[in-house]
Design a protein around this ligand. Structure first.
Ligand SMILES: Cc1ncc(COP(=O)(O)O)c(C=O)c1O
Length: 393
């Protein structure tokens, strides 16, 4: 075998795509800390702290609040696999890739799935959800994506929470792109099951899926007539490692938990409210700058996320080339569109440690240069000026 001669030397990018975001140096350092065993008493104190910090972040008292080993999709799969089984009915909002992924997950459990669709760039209307709940008696689960990363829409949840109560179904919310960047209040909002990912507004590498479920949801899952299909994601087994007995289930990714612990400690130190305000401020500045450059934001105005902004690629501009040049010439990563929006939008993430005023200015400057070279007519400095005005407002 030829031994590769290259030592690992990844570039230091400015990560402004749909995730991962940049990580804080303290999170980086946490991953270099000495490894201990997954049942080591020291690690168990880190597990306890991590669960407490996650409860604080999710704003919940739920006992079963812990990081699932796996990316955000593992959180999604655990949420459907443990709460649905053949014969159940689930209503799922679909206005982007991740709503579609939810449908796919739910269908694999054998449940009947009722998708409630909306345009990709719009919210799911509560009236449409209510119609679906009314039409299908005994719906067990209503599932929604809070921040749809494929479009930049932030779904309001107040009415959905009322509907879930009225129709007596569990409310499941994907907060992969909102948790730690937007307000998420699991208990106050009546969310029964919630999951996220570490690599977005939490600013941790990908690899864990923060998860929480309340007693009502767990009681429902305990009444299932079949075991959860997935052994690895079976909450009754996972909870005996994380929440009750510290009984070995699988070897927890110790280093990733260190990283999450550190990221959560940084979030707690910043304060949830301050952090949400920071995301709002920078998201608004970016969106003002893009609009001042004559670009069209894709998501419906009143419901734009600040963690993820989608912007339409102007006619005549090669969107893929702009993405490549941003990476090559400016070391900046942004993302392209997914599914039907592929080639039509760019997606810019301002998440966690990447959500800074400097990054907004950096990106708008670089984008202006590249757009001018693509033949797009834009007045020099107009985007940055608007962003600075917004930042100073
Ligand atoms: C809203 C949403 N849900 C689920 C996922 C899946 O997470 P992961 O890619 O970490 O598996 C993502 C990933 O981007 C997401 O944005």
């Amino acid at each position: 075998m030829n031994v590769p001669s290259q030592v690992l030397n990844p570039p230091c990018r400015t990560l402004l795509g749909a995730g991962p975001s940049n990580i804080h140096p303290r999170v980086q350092m946490a991953m270099a800390a000495p490894l201990v065993g997954h049942l080591d008493p020291y690690f168990q104190t880190i597990m306890d702290d991590t669960m407490a910090l996650l409860r604080h972040l999710f704003r919940t008292e739920n006992k079963l609040t812990f990081p699932i080993s796996g990316t955000g999709s593992a959180g999604m799969e655990a949420s459907f696999d443990n709460f649905l089984e053949p014969g159940d009915v689930a209503v799922i909002g679909v206005n982007g890739v991740f709503g579609e992924r939810m449908v796919d997950n739910a269908q694999r459990t054998g449940a009947t799935v009722v998708p409630v669709a909306a345009e990709w760039g719009d919210i799911i209307e509560p009236a449409a959800v209510e119609a679906a709940l009314k039409a299908h008696k005994k719906v067990k689960l209503l599932a929604l994506v809070h921040a749809e990363t494929s479009t930049g829409i932030l779904q309001p949840l107040g009415d959905m929470s009322k509907l879930a109560k009225e129709y007596e179904c569990l409310l499941l919310v994907d907060t992969v792109t909102s948790l730690a960047g937007h307000e998420v209040a699991v208990d106050d909002w009546g969310i029964d099951i919630c999951y996220a990912g570490t690599q977005k507004c939490l600013s941790c590498p990908p690899g864990l899926a923060p998860f929480t479920a309340n007693e009502k949801a767990l009681a429902v899952s305990q009444k299932r007539s079949h075991k959860a299909h997935s052994w690895y994601l079976d909450l009754s087994l996972l909870s005996s490692y994380w929440a009750t007995g510290r009984v070995y289930h699988h070897t927890a990714p110790v280093t990733m938990v260190y990283a999450l612990h550190e990221a959560l400690a940084l979030i707690a130190a910043e304060g949830l409210e301050a952090r949400v305000k920071r995301h709002l401020r920078h998201g608004a500045a970016l969106q003002s700058g893009l609009k001042a450059m004559g670009l069209v934001l894709h998501a419906r105005e009143e419901y734009r996320a600040s963690s993820l902004t989608s912007v339409r690629i102007p006619p005549g501009v090669d969107g893929g080339r702009v993405i490549q040049r941003l990476l090559k010439e400016f070391n900046i990563e942004i993302s392209g569109g997914l599914g039907p929006l592929r080639g039509k939008i760019w997606r810019v993430g301002l998440m966690g440690h990447s959500s800074t005023g400097e990054n907004v200015i950096l990106l708008l400057n670089a984008l202006e240069k590249l757009l001018l070279e693509e033949g797009y007519v834009v007045e020099r400095g107009v985007g940055v000026t608007a962003a600075i005005r917004s930042l100073n407002a």
